[in-house]
Ligand binder design. Structure first.
Ligand code: HEM
Length: 406
């Protein structure tokens, strides 16, 4: 580790390693701990001297001040993607423009709209878990965590029925592009281009499911409330974060309960713990590891001077394990109050789909709690992605609860 002088002549520690190597992506926790130990703000020499914020207090403070820590100049470490997408997605806009775009999206994601979906979600989760328990052994990623969101979310968003088989590869590619320019992001480019082209086709043809989020978006554009030429980007904005994130959380949930059977016993004995268990799962596994912000004016963040133009890495996952914030941060404890975790972000850009993600997570855990007493896990394979911390596969064998097999 060396120290470097920033534009504002303040010395920040500098870290020389690749935060996006295969090893770090597969198991990032020791690296995050090392960064937290170095300091509250650490220059990433390998990544254009972006300033990493690995601790809870600074991450939360940056998210709470969107004027100074802007999203409208891009939230990725990839300058090309920042230029392409900034100012044209919910995620990458600021102020009034962001408020307006978010209002269209949120219309169908409020608790009032989601409530009727809860029943359909539970029915889908029950049917899926019935089938898997009958089988006994299955892959918790493909057969369980992928199956539930992909059966419900694309309809809610309004994605046409064709090309659905491409949704997951396209979403993974987009999240790879959020990282720094590296091999993974280079490989992602053609897939992102195909997704972009399909989004243009959807907007041109108006081929979306009636009564869906994208239907609302196109209607607002046709009323002149939004520029129609930006609609393809908004569409990516809705689709990309709605699947991989939740799939990661659901598969991690099974892995955690396989590793910690005593926590599963607690949930089975008292299913009112499910909402707090889901928060704890998102805290501990943080499907979205980090996004970035650009500093708009010379400023101080928790006493650290940062100059205008600095790109900061807002490390949700590291903050969620900061020992300054959490007692026993690496322990999985379903009774912990994890409501202040930052796995869904915080502030004006806080996850627009968290109500939906919770609905999916709660339904699945309810179904499993009734039907499964134990999960036995085989060897998991990580899915290496520049932004999403996830598993590619997780072989699972379940012990069924009495009477849960037909
Ligand atoms: C466990 C599942 C999920 C996790 C961990 C997660 C995580 C996050 C995080 C950390 C952010 C903050 C981004 C920032 O501050 O720059 C975010 C924003 C967002 N999420 Fe999620 N997300 C999940 C599920 C979903 C779902 C199901 C949707 C479906 C619609 C969704 C849509 C969005 C959108 C549109 C934004 C941008 C909001 C804005 O900029 O105003 N997410 N998510």
């Amino acid at each position: 580790m060396t120290t470097q002088t920033t534009n504002s002549n303040i010395e920040l520690p500098s870290w020389p390693h690749d935060l996006y190597s295969d090893e770090v992506l597969a198991d990032p926790w020791d690296t995050f701990r090392a960064l937290r130990d170095i300091g509250p703000a650490v220059r990433l020499a390998k990544h254009e001297d972006a300033v990493a914020l690995p601790r809870y207090a600074e991450v939360r403070a940056a998210l709470a001040d969107p004027k100074t820590f802007a999203s409208g100049r891009g939230v990725t470490l990839n300058p090309m993607l920042n230029e392409f997408a900034a100012g044209s997605t919910v995620l990458m806009t600021d102020g009034e423009q962001h408020r307006q775009l978010r209002a269209v999206l949120m219309k169908r994601l409020t608790p009032r709209y989601l409530r009727p979906l809860a029943e359909a979600m539970q029915v889908a989760a029950d049917a899926l878990v019935d089938e898997l328990v009958e089988r006994g052994s299955f892959d918790a990623v493909q057969d369980l965590a992928v199956a539930l969101p992909t059966s419900i979310v694309p309809d809610l968003i309004g994605w046409p029925r064709k090309q659905r088989e491409n949704l997951l590869p396209w979403a993974a590619a987009t999240f790879n592009l959020f990282g720094p320019p590296n091999d993974r992001s280079a490989e992602a480019m053609p897939l992102f281009a195909a997704l972009n082209e399909f989004a243009h086709q959807i907007v041109d043809s108006g081929d979306v499911l009636p009564g869906s989020i994208v239907d609302d978006l196109l209607a607002a554009a046709h009323r002149g409330e939004l520029p129609i030429e930006q609609c393809p980007m908004f569409l990516l904005d809705y689709m990309t974060p709605s699947l991989d994130t939740t799939i990661s959380a659901l598969s991690s949930a099974v892995q955690l309960f396989a590793r910690h059977p005593e926590q599963w016993d607690l949930v089975r004995a008292d299913t009112s713990l499910i909402p707090s268990a889901f928060n704890e799962i998102v805290r501990l596994t943080s499907p979205v590891t980090h996004f970035t912000r650009e500093v708009t004016v010379d400023t101080e963040l928790c006493g650290i001077p940062l100059s205008a133009g600095t790109r900061v890495l807002v490390m949700f996952a590291s903050a969620n394990r900061d020992e300054r914030k959490w007692e026993r941060p690496n322990d999985f404890d379903v009774t912990r109050d994890a409501t202040e975790m930052l796995g869904f972000g915080f502030g004006v850009h806080g996850c627009a789909g968290q109500g939906l993600a919770r609905l999916e997570g709660h339904a699945l855990l309810e179904s499993l709690a009734k039907r499964v007493t134990r999960f036995e896990a085989g060897e998991a394979q990580p899915a290496l992605n520049n932004t999403i911390h996830a598993l590619a596969s997780l072989p699972i064998t379940v012990c069924p609860a009495a009477g849960s097999r037909k």
